[in-house]
Design a protein. Structure first.
Length: 302
């Protein structure tokens, strides 16, 4: 592929590996963005849109988008802040996956059990900017200066091993289930931030004329995300209980209410958050709903 074949195409950056990669491929498929990636090639043309996908490390995507080298990207909120690109990109959609927290961790058995206790000691991390900012404030508060300030050291991976190896008194690392942390004999003593995957666009895009295409892709991806997040809930309800029932299932805009052939009964259809399905069904039963059905959504536009 040469630079000419990219001419005029919207450049869309996707994590090339790691935690976000597979989910991004599912999103692209759901949004009908068709491509065939040749082995080891990190740029590929989309067949059915004027788009080229660029596969990059998740941590590099904020700078590429922020500097306008690519127009659109998917990455973690955490690495946008770490790259100091929050003023150069716009987070257009939260994608509901890649959820994790950046936490300060210490060995469970260690005498140090607070961030104030860790101030002035050695902290190992892949997030040296965010960890640096966090401990700068703590050091300032404790009025530490010179060599007595916290020493932040960068490693690119396997951060959780640093304490056991004697390299650190504490670490700053991402936590999702907590399995990695617990397996390393660590526990969290503070949360620096919460993160999830986001769709970002450049504040200084390479192809400003392609902003309608950015909107189209955003709307398609929003549809796929909403379809994963919501189910359709249908039920029958006596007319006098309608108000109570629709308070439980208000829908995104409003529930659809239709008459039933049986006198005094109505049918209601409404979008409900998938995570709340069981609770909503319990509450509907309690107010007198019957024949409650839940349907998955393949796709939608909201
Ligand atoms: N355990 C996790 N659970 C959920 N999301 C995570 C987790 N770890 C990382 N992430 C998110 O995924 C992003 C990329 O992290 P990941 O460690 O997968 O990247 P990588 O370094 O490119 O890949 P690899 O670790 O395979 O080298 C992070 O910036 C964060 O937003
Ligand atoms: O709380 P958990 O569910 O255990 O997830 C946390 C782990 O996930 C990430 O690493 P990843 O496994 O992506 O590999 P890496 O260390 O090579 O980045 C992160 O750096 C933690 O090590």
């Amino acid at each position: 592929m040469n630079a000419e074949s990219l001419d005029g195409r919207l450049l869309f950056a996707i994590p090339k590996k790691g935690r976000l990669h597979e989910k991004c491929l599912e999103l692209l498929a759901g949004a009908d963005i068709q491509f065939r990636r040749h082995h080891r090639l990190d740029v590929c043309l989309v067949k059915n849109h004027s788009i080229a996908l660029v596969f990059l490390p998740a941590a590099d995507i904020p700078s590429f988008v922020g500097k306008g080298n690519v127009d659109l990207g998917i990455t973690g909120h955490d690495v946008i802040l770490e790259a100091k690109m929050e003023d150069h990109v716009t987070e257009v959609l939260q994608l509901g996956f890649g959820k994790c927290a950046l936490q300060v961790q210490v060995p469970e058995s260690a005498p140090i059990q607070s961030v104030d206790g860790l101030a002035g000691k050695r902290v190992v991390t892949s997030f040296e900017v965010l960890a640096g900012e966090y401990f700068r404030e703590i050091d300032d508060r404790a009025q530490l200066s010179g060599d007595s300030r916290t020493k932040i050291e960068y490693v690119s991976g396997s951060v959780e091993a640093a304490c056991a190896l004697g390299l650190a008194d504490g670490i700053v690392d991402l936590v999702e289930s907590g399995d990695t942390m617990r397996a390393a004999g660590l526990h969290a003593i503070a949360t620096i931030l919460q993160s999830e995957a986001v769709l970002i666009k450049s504040n200084t895009p390479k192809h400003p004329a392609l902003s309608p295409l950015v909107q189209l892709i955003t709307s398609r991806i929003a549809g796929v995300i909403a379809a994963n997040k919501y189910v359709i809930c249908e039920y029958n309800i006596p007319r006098e209980k309608l108000h109570d029932a629709t308070a439980i299932t208000p829908g995104r805009r409003a529930p659809t209410v239709s008459p039933l052939e049986e006198e005094g009964w109505l049918a209601v259809s409404s979008m409900v958050e998938k995570a709340k399905t069981a609770l909503v069904m319990d509450q509907l039963v309690a107010v007198g709903a019957e024949d409650i059905l839940i349907f998955n959504l393949d796709n939608c536009r909201v």
